[in-house]
Design a protein around this ligand. Structure first.
Ligand SMILES: CC(=O)SCCNC(=O)CCNC(=O)[C@H](O)C(C)(C)COP(=O)(O)OP(=O)(O)OC[C@H]1O[C@@H](n2cnc3c(N)ncnc32)[C@H](O)[C@@H]1OP(=O)(O)O
Ligand SMILES: CC(C)C(=O)C(=O)O
Ligand SMILES: [Mn+2]
Length: 519
């Protein structure tokens, strides 16, 4: 049973598999739930709410498997204040190392009158019966007053005291509809904390309807909550629940301020986030704190310069601390010279003289204006590019035949020093077929190392830019081509590479890999 031993320890109650699964459109099967539960155990959560066993036989079995197979955290299942629900929850968690039953009933006037259609006295009686019955199965019983933040505090204190007398060990005060504010919930917890025996853990369960779930949960902790209910990536009913990773990192990063700690192994956070996103099918927004793609990326020159000089200028946490790779400098039109120089160094161009870098930087800004994000291949192409590539071969015409269940065939005609030459070749795809046909004409067959395609303009007639890196012996070459037809863009990029080879151009192979600005 969870008990207060360290007064500054916040227990993390993860409800990704119960409230999180209530996200519209999310349904996890048993093995997916089990995989997530194992990751939650690695993460070090204190409690896993594994499901709502009465909801379906499948949910009961899902909770049972987790109870049987996952060791470490308390395993709980949700139950309404009703005997069949409690029996299902008891059955589901019976094999757990540390089983808990979580039972609830609504306490706000609107829920009691309109939904339950019960008088307050009857609600208290149901709560007492539920907790008493749950205690016949397990020693650890959590009682929640649904819609607590729209309930009368004296009534909450009354039902909570009754629940404690019936055997509840944790009392949860949910902000079911995401309505409260930090000031309000802090005061509410303080008042209830003072009215409830000190050994009983108070829990907060906040929803994000007004975007305040994390702030409200932290305020609840300031008011005395020592368990917080939350989900990975903040998924959950409607706008979701408080996000576990945000809460944990707020307590960790600002431990100077809050003086509270969790038992979470923060380096497992990113892995948990990716897993839940993949299995739930709910993408994480790029600017999401802690786990979003951009959470540790810097694009603007002033920030990049600061971070290169001293990471702490613009970072309050290390990416590694949450299990991510080191922060990245994203190259784009807002980048400055410091980041540009660093990206070139990382790619193996440390020996370029300052005046050359300055010249390249001007061209980089032009390119960034047109393309947005600039990748390693673009930078390589920028450095290695020659505008004076002799046009030994030029594209005259091409035709592709491709379709489902047939091998793509390319016909290509090039102008060469010997006049027009044609060739036909097949390949695994239309681009490969075109490349093979070009190779036949030129008699040169470099190895393609990377191929990237990007829309340069929008709309149905968007120009597609293809950038290709290829190796010819020890020489690395970069070619790009632009056309509305991506096979044509590819053919143009490939012919440019061929022309560079004929002219003896290209860079000696460099070491640096694609990680511009990893710091
Ligand atoms: C705030 C929360 O997140 S609460 C959890 C919400 N999660 C879910 O509801 C997911 C799983 N739910 C389900 O699968 C189903 O709703 C079930 C199995 C629980 C119930 O299904 P049904 O028996 O068909 O009932 P239905 O869902 O239509 O209505 C809910 C009933 O529970 C009652 N009820 C709601 N909360 C409680 C409670 N805490 N204790 C007792 N009864 C409750 C309602 O008043 C209603 O009763 P009524 O049918 O007598 O009017
Ligand atoms: C069942 C309870 C804890 C709940 O999810 C809520 O009130 O939001
Ligand atoms: Mn909830």
């Amino acid at each position: 049973m969870t008990q207060i031993t360290d007064p500054n320890r916040i227990r993390i109650f993860d409800t990704t598999l119960r409230d999180g699964e209530q996200s519209p459109g999310v349904a996890l099967n048993h093995s997916q739930k089990l995989e997530i539960a194992h990751q939650l155990a690695r993460l070090g959560v204190d409690v896993i709410e594994a499901g709502f066993p009465i909801a379906s036989p499948g949910d009961l079995e899902g909770v049972s498997r987790i109870a049987r197979e996952v060791r470490g955290p308390v395993i709980t299942g949700l139950a309404r204040a009703a005997r069949p629900d409690i029996e299902a929850a008891a059955k589901a968690v019976e094999a757990a190392e540390k089983p808990r039953i979580h039972t609830f009933i609504a306490t706000s006037p609107i829920h009691m009158q309109k939904k339950l259609q019960l008088e307050p006295d009857a609600v208290v009686e149901r709560a007492v019966q539920a907790v008493t019955y749950a205690r016949t199965f397990v020693d650890d019983v959590e009682f929640s007053a649904e819609d607590a933040t729209r309930s009368d505090i004296p009534f909450l204190i009354r039902i909570f005291r009754a629940a404690v007398e019936a055997g509840a060990t944790t009392l949860n005060i949910p902000d079911t509809v995401g309505y409260t504010t930090p000031e309000e919930i802090r005061a509410m917890f303080s008042e209830i904390r003072a009215a409830i025996p000190a050994h009983i853990i108070l829990s907060a369960h906040c929803h994000d309807d007004l975007g305040m779930a994390v702030a409200n949960s932290i305020a609840a902790a300031e008011g005395g909550a020592r368990q917080i209910e939350c989900t990975i990536n903040g998924i959950g009913e409607r706008a979701g629940n408080a996000s576990l990773e945000e809460l944990v990192m707020a307590f960790h990063t600002r431990r100077d301020h809050y003086g509270l700690e969790t038992g979470i192994r923060t380096r497992e956070l990113y892995r948990a986030s990716r897993l839940v996103s993949r299995l739930s099918g709910m993408p994480v927004q790029p600017n999401k704190a802690i786990v979003g793609d951009n959470a540790f990326a810097h694009e603007s020159g002033i920030h990049q310069d600061g971070v290169i000089k001293a990471r702490e200028t613009y970072e309050i946490m290390n990416a590694e601390l949450v299990g991510r790779e080191a922060a990245v400098l994203v190259m784009g039109k807002h980048s400055g010279r410091a980041a540009f120089r660093k990206a070139l160094n990382d790619l193996g161009y440390a020996d370029l003289p300052d005046d050359k870098v300055q010249h390249l930087f001007t061209r980089f800004k032009d390119l960034a204006d047109r393309k947005g994000q600039i990748f390693a291949d673009d930078l390589r192409a920028l450095v290695d590019a020659r505008t004076d590539v002799p046009q030994t071969f030029t594209l005259e015409a091409f035709q592709i035949t491709s379709g489902m269940n047939m091998t793509p065939v390319a016909f290509v005609r090039l102008t060469t020093p010997d006049g027009s030459v044609e060739a036909t070749a097949h390949g695994d795809g239309p681009v490969e077929a075109a490349v093979q046909a070009i190779n036949r004409i030129t008699g040169i067959a470099p190895t393609m190392e990377s191929y990237r395609i990007q829309a340069v303009t929008g709309g149905g007639d968007a120009l597609g830019e293809v950038s290709i890196s290829a190796r010819h012996g020890e020489t690395l070459l970069h070619g790009s081509g632009v056309a509305t037809d991506v096979v044509e863009s590819s053919a143009r990029a490939w012919i440019r590479i061929q022309n560079m080879i004929v002219a003896g151009m290209g860079a000696e192979r460099r070491q640096g890999e694609f990680a511009p600005g990893r710091i």
